[in-house]
Design a protein around this ligand. Structure first.
Ligand SMILES: [Zn+2]
Length: 246
């Protein structure tokens, strides 16, 4: 059956003499991998639309029982020239794609994830601050994948967090505890009320809503440490592209 989807091109590999393997992320079918026959020889059917990190409209057949779909043709919709020409932006976008592949593997469809990705790629293209975009992406992508950090109550005693006093992140619970139930260490870093509030609002924000994060350096750093520990624990992975991030 032939489908047409908007897609973000996530990765390509040379295949055979003239073909290209392409992995792409769509709003309606999730992550897919397909073969574009002759794409490296004739550029007519796939004119620039299979370049990494562009948004294209792809026409393809999904074949029952087969992992690879068959790409018929494509049309380029959007490129991100500023994002591609800046190292820090490109590193962040590559990392966003890598995390997407892990959180939403083939077969897991989440339309909002597509919108989050393309919205934040737009934000980077428009000059959005890389560290802030990264936090927004991670917090929301994790929440969409079902790994949101529970900041509403203490994960040990159950007391609801009223937004006062420091809290402690608990890696194994994926939540916070009050200061009576936990103490700050390198693996259970503390969070100020401002940090908890920001984390909560970032996780809950719709994916395509603009969000200017006005916060202090300390808040960003606290959230950064918590997200690093949380992602490490939940995915069990080290991300190659993360090594190049600021
Ligand atoms: Zn407690």
């Amino acid at each position: 059956m032939t489908h047409t989807s908007t897609a973000i091109i996530m990765r390509t590999w040379e295949y055979g003499e003239s073909d290209l393997l392409v992995s792409f992320f769509t709003p309606d079918q999730g992550s897919l991998k397909g073969v574009a026959k002759g794409a490296r020889k004739s550029r007519k059917r796939f004119s620039n639309c299979l370049d990494l990190l562009c948004v294209s409209r792809l026409e393809y057949d999904k074949r029952p029982g087969r992992d690879l779909c068959f790409l018929h043709s494509g049309k380029l919709i959007r490129v991100f020239p500023a994002l591609r020409s800046d190292f820090a932006s490109l590193a962040l976008a590559s990392y966003m794609l890598e995390l997407t592949e892990v959180l939403f593997p083939v077969g897991v469809v989440e339309e909002r994830m597509f919108h989050l990705l393309s919205y934040l790629m737009d934000a980077i293209e428009g000059g959005g601050e890389v560290r802030q975009v990264r936090i927004q992406f991670e917090a929301r992508a994790l929440a969409l994948a079902g790994y949101g950090i529970n900041v509403s109550r203490c994960c040990v005693c159950g007391r609801s967090y009223a937004g006062e006093g420091r809290a402690v992140f608990r890696q194994q619970s994926g939540g916070i505890s009050c200061m009576r139930c936990g103490k700050e260490t390198a693996y259970s870093p503390g969070l100020d009320p401002d940090s908890v509030r920001l984390l909560k609002s970032v996780q809950a924000r719709p994916c395509t809503e603009a969000m200017a994060v006005n916060c202090q350096e300390k808040t960003l750093e606290e959230i950064r440490r918590v997200l690093d520990l949380h992602i490490q624990y939940q995915t069990g992975k080290r991300f190659k592209s993360a090594e190049y991030l600021l």
